[in-house]
Design a protein around this ligand. Structure first.
Ligand code: 5GP
Ligand code: MG
Length: 476
């Protein structure tokens, strides 16, 4: 099971539950399906979790969680696909075993999950969820070493993109996978500490950013302070490019790079690479707003908010059917007619996955009287599935996997379409050590459970080359 999620852990902080709640509020964009908070003191763990947004689930529960005055807490917001929408997948998860008791929250995806799952079941594990939390928990408790060595060797068994935050009675751990594929930041809050997926969660609780958790690092925070060990050698990292382009909040800084500014530079780069003469630049809110501003700045064409996003709509992307996705896009976005009428519009968006958003908003622009609509995309063409966190795990979800840019342009009904180049994007972001598997088909880890998807696609392509072109036709 793969997903992006939001994590936050607090250690030795007054009103830990309340601050975790505020932190989760700032991380809401990373997961809107469910959320939860666990606190612990010397005696016991206590938690609340449910499906729903942070505010609706936790607002009334925080007071109760706060009642015992616990100074350590762990929070999570969940992004989960429809097929994994199980109560048992809600986090944090609380585990009690004769060797250890802890609450655990995670973000990411293990590519060898099936294999580990089978092995652990042979040894007596009974899984209740499809979450990568349970995998780590079972590895941990089946290991007879002390907690930290057991954790270290357990982590060495995992392949994929993952961050974990673990809360024990009087310890907090932060873990980031060996390639640092997902962000995780460390902050200071008075005498205490905070760990969060993005440092946009720090301001709201008055914490100071200290540094990013390093790839392959285990941070242990205890009454003795902070100590750092490694479970993997230092190597070239591979942060997910989509964190910068789409997932993260613009005010976050990931591995020293501000997200808004990286998007702005990507927009400038896009304009340099593929400017289309137009009268107005419009960003698809919210994720492409920074990018569209950069594009407009570079080409000197006015930027305006030609599209409005309904603040109360959720993510359209994870709706389960095409009809629902189409409907969700039109419920979410609408054009400001007088701005658009009679104009040549350049629309800037962060990505095209299925093409649903682009097709819908281009049609909207035309209905609102746009004379021309040019589509510019701040990520390269997505040609291959992501198994690490973005919810695009099969080829047939990706319009870019089988169609040329010209064909996609026709499918979405644009006058022209261009994607940013892979090199241009890296330069704009200012990082070379990235995961760009969805744009390049170069996966930074072994694929394990997912290798058959790649093999089947290769076979299909080979068949297509030998004449059966019909196979290439996929419906939008
Ligand atoms: P499409 O509509 O082409 O299937 O998906 C692209 C649109 O979905 C973009 O506007 C993007 O902002 C939005 N989106 C929502 N969730 C995701 C996600 O998990 N990954 C990507 N790449 N885009 C997403
Ligand atoms: Mg979007």
């Amino acid at each position: 099971m793969h997903h992006e999620c939001g994590l936050i852990g607090l250690y030795h902080v007054d009103q830990a539950a309340t601050k975790t709640y505020y932190g989760l509020y700032a991380l809401q964009h990373r997961g809107q399906e469910g959320c939860g908070i666990y606190t612990c003191d010397e005696q016991s763990f206590e938690g609340q979790k449910s499906f729903g947004m942070v505010r609706s689930v936790l607002e009334d529960k925080v007071e109760k969680l706060e009642a015992r005055g616990a100074r350590n807490a762990l929070g999570h917001c969940l992004y989960v696909s429809k097929e994994n929408h199980l109560t048992s997948n809600l986090q944090p998860m609380h585990f009690r075993h004769m060797r250890a008791e802890f609450a655990l929250a995670s973000n990411g995806s293990l590519l060898n999950q099936e294999q580990l799952c089978a092995e652990l079941q042979q040894n007596g594990a009974i899984f209740q969820s499809t979450s990568i939390c349970e995998i780590l928990a079972y590895l941990l408790v089946q290991n007879k070493d002390k907690f930290l060595p057991a954790l270290t060797s357990s982590l060495q068994r995992l392949v994929g993109s993952f961050c974990y935050v673990i809360l024990r009675r009087d310890k907090l751990y932060a873990i980031r996978d060996p390639l640092g594929m997902m962000p995780l930041a460390l902050g200071r809050l008075g005498e205490g500490w905070v760990i969060a997926s993005e440092n946009c969660a720090f301001d709201i609780i008055g914490a100071e950013f200290v540094r990013d958790v390093e790839p392959g690092e285990i941070i242990e925070i205890s009454a003795n302070g902070l100590s750092s060990t490694r479970f993997a050698e230092r190597q070239k990292s591979a942060i997910c490019l989509m964190e910068y382009i789409y997932f993260a909040r613009p005010d976050s800084e990931i591995d020293g790079i501000n997200v808004h500014l990286s998007r702005f530079r990507a927009g400038m780069q896009l304009a340099r690479e593929s400017f289309a003469p137009s009268d107005l630049i419009v960003g698809v809110p919210e994720s492409a707003t920074s990018t569209a501003r950069g594009y407009a700045e570079e080409c000197g064409v006015p930027f305006d908010q030609g599209l409005i996003k309904n603040k109360y709509s959720g993510r359209t992307f994870i709706e389960s059917t095409q009809t629902r996705r189409d409907l969700a896009v039109s419920m979410k976005l609408s054009p400001i007619h007088p701005l658009v009428k009679g104009k040549r519009i350049t629309l800037v968006d962060d990505s095209i996955v299925r093409g649903t958003t682009s097709r819908q908003i281009i049609a909207m622009m035309r209905r609102a009287g746009a004379r021309e609509v040019h589509m510019r995309i701040a990520s390269p063409k997505m040609i291959s599935p992501c198994f690490y966190g973005v919810d695009t795990s099969s080829y047939d979800q990706l319009i870019g996997s089988t169609r040329s840019t010209e064909e996609i342009c026709r499918c979405i009904g644009a006058d022209s379409l261009a994607y940013i180049s892979n090199e241009g994007l890296r330069r704009a972001i200012g990082r070379d050590s990235v995961c760009d598997a969805c744009f390049s088909e170069h996966y930074p880890t072994p694929l394990f459970d997912y290798k058959n998807i790649i093999d089947a696609e290769k076979e299909r392509r080979a068949r297509c080359h030998t004449g059966n072109e019909k196979d290439l036709e996929k419906t939008l």
